[in-house]
Ligand binder design. Structure first.
Ligand code: MN
Length: 504
């Protein structure tokens, strides 16, 4: 994938001129110290950049406009070290288009009970300075995340880090491009949606190319490049003997390598962050891309099967959020159940396209027939996903709005081997329990395609939804069906009225 410019988050401190130049110099020095310590302490996935203290409306407006125009700026951390009368901020905050985190902290940690005087009070007044700031954000209906705690507190740092990961994904979506090879699987409802509304809300565009455009690029791939990639497959995976060099079906592996190189070239030349395809539109391809798609996902590209561009964009965002975290993220589909009363498990899989970033062990490369599509046998990576807490996330177009839906799950080691199942799979238990989770998911119109991740947490998706200003519903250990359904009803009303609750 083409390298993107490295991102930064601006650290912005508000103050005013009442305190005199000496105090302002101290405010600046303290803010710089916080930035230095936060950056130096490790754990922040994006570099914080100190910005000069803001004390006048024109400076504030100018900085906000500069942030909007800066492609490297993924968001702002705001803090009022002292009191910064917030009418000064109206001109800036009504313009800002980048995600904001309001850090409610204080430079000094412990109150010096025996020494405290008015000089100390002047330099440690975020307790009310940030309230003035918070009022204006609320008054303007400004989207922001509020994080509270001393800046040296590991929990504070972790919350900033978590938000940064989401801001990084949000910036990636802005102007991001996704390509669909062909349209949707015929007659499927949930993979449809309003691409105009999606671009206006989320910032990414979705456009189509005929599969023949991809075939033309694949035709240009050299034999040498194909041989080199096949050797890489044999080095990385347990390749079935028939597919290896000299094997009876090696040509199928070579064809997959051609698909992979062609897809990668097409995506990179077009600046695309992900793609969809559909088994119902493969004219000119001899098989549905399997191994190729799986490996592209592992490299961070988004993917959605059967033309599912919303899940494609979601998988990409989840991969960008999680790019510095362990665990793995994949396109997923709730495929089949184990309804044994002692189990109630979900087996997640797809026709082929599960990302090896979630594999428990070294995947095998296999070739098997595909029951649908009427094409040659596709090559695919086969593996079990590893055990651990994970989430499933779906994104639906509800007609008047988008809805994110999250279910927290516990992936487990499959209780039995699956010797005849020729696709990668994950097995999980739903929170709070199978019946509640499935009833809630289906009540919310949750899609059968999801982004499945061990690295992304519910809080990330909540932050993402808030940045976009769209609904998020969560099914977790605390969920009761009665409350969940009432929340959906409440959201119907809120999101119907929300356009009228814009900046006031
Ligand atoms: Mn599917």
């Amino acid at each position: 994938m083409k390298k993107k410019p490295s991102l930064e988050i601006w650290f912005v401190t508000g103050s005013q001129h009442l305190y005199g130049e000496t105090a302002l110099r101290q405010v600046a020095a303290n803010s710089e110290a916080i930035v230095r310590e936060l950056n130096g302490g490790g754990g922040l996935p994006v570099n914080l950049v100190f910005k000069p203290i803001l004390t006048r409306p024109e400076e504030i407006r100018s900085l906000c406009l500069e942030a909007n125009a800066a492609p490297q700026c993924a968001g702002l951390v705001l803090w009022c070290h002292t009191f910064s009368p917030s009418k000064m901020w109206i001109g800036g905050l009504t313009q800002i288009r980048k995600p904001m985190l309001h850090l409610h902290t204080q430079f000094n940690r412990d109150l010096p009970w025996a020494e405290i005087d008015m000089d100390f009070m002047n330099l440690n007044q975020a307790a009310h300075g940030d309230r003035e700031h918070g009022f204006l954000h609320a008054r303007l209906r400004t989207q922001r995340k509020v994080v509270v705690g001393h800046w040296s507190d590991p929990e504070t740092r972790e919350q900033i880090a978590s938000w940064m990961r989401v801001a990084r994904a949000w910036q990636d979506w802005q102007g991001g491009r996704f390509v669909r090879f062909g349209d949707n699987m015929r007659f499927v409802a949930v993979t449809e949606g309003d691409k105009v509304a999606a671009e206006a809300k989320f910032g990414f565009s979705v456009n189509t190319h005929g599969i023949g455009d991809l075939v033309a690029v694949m035709d240009q791939v050299s034999d040498g490049a194909i041989s080199k990639l096949c050797a890489e497959y044999e080095a990385l995976y347990a390749v079935a003997p028939a597919l290896r060099k000299g094997g009876a079906r090696h040509e199928a592996l070579r064809y997959n390598a051609r698909q992979e190189i062609g897809l990668r070239t097409f995506l990179d030349d077009g600046g695309y962050l992900g793609f969809t395809d559909t088994f119902e539109d493969l004219h000119g391809l001899t098989q549905l891309p399997g191994l190729a798609t799986q490996r592209l996902m592992a490299d961070g590209y988004g993917f959605g099967g059967e033309g599912d561009w919303k899940t494609c964009a979601l998988v990409r965002a989840m991969k960008v959020m999680a790019s510095d975290l362990p665990g793995g993220t994949s396109f997923m589909e709730d495929y089949t159940y184990d309804l044994n009363p002692s189990g109630h498990l979900v087996l997640g899989a797809h026709m082929l396209e599960i990302c090896p970033s979630i594999a428990a062990d070294k995947p095998t490369v296999e070739i098997h027939p595909l029951g649908i599509g009427g094409k040659e046998d596709p090559v695919r990576l086969v593996f079990n996903a590893h055990a651990g807490p994970a989430i499933n996330v779906a994104l639906m177009d509800m007609g008047n709005r988008f809805r994110f839906l999250v279910n927290e799950v516990e992936a487990i080691v499959p209780p039995h081997s699956l010797p005849k199942l020729p696709v990668a799979r994950a097995v999980w238990k739903c929170q709070p329990d199978f019946k509640t989770a499935c009833a809630a998911w289906i009540s919310a119109g949750g899609a059968h395609h999801t982004g499945f991740s061990y690295a992304v947490r519910t809080g990330h998706i909540e932050d993402l939804a808030e940045m976009a200003g769209v609904e998020v519903a969560v099914i977790d250990a605390e969920t009761t069906l009665r409350d969940f359904k009432q929340q959906l009803r409440n959201n119907e009303i809120y999101y119907h009225l929300a356009p009228g609750l814009g900046r006031l």
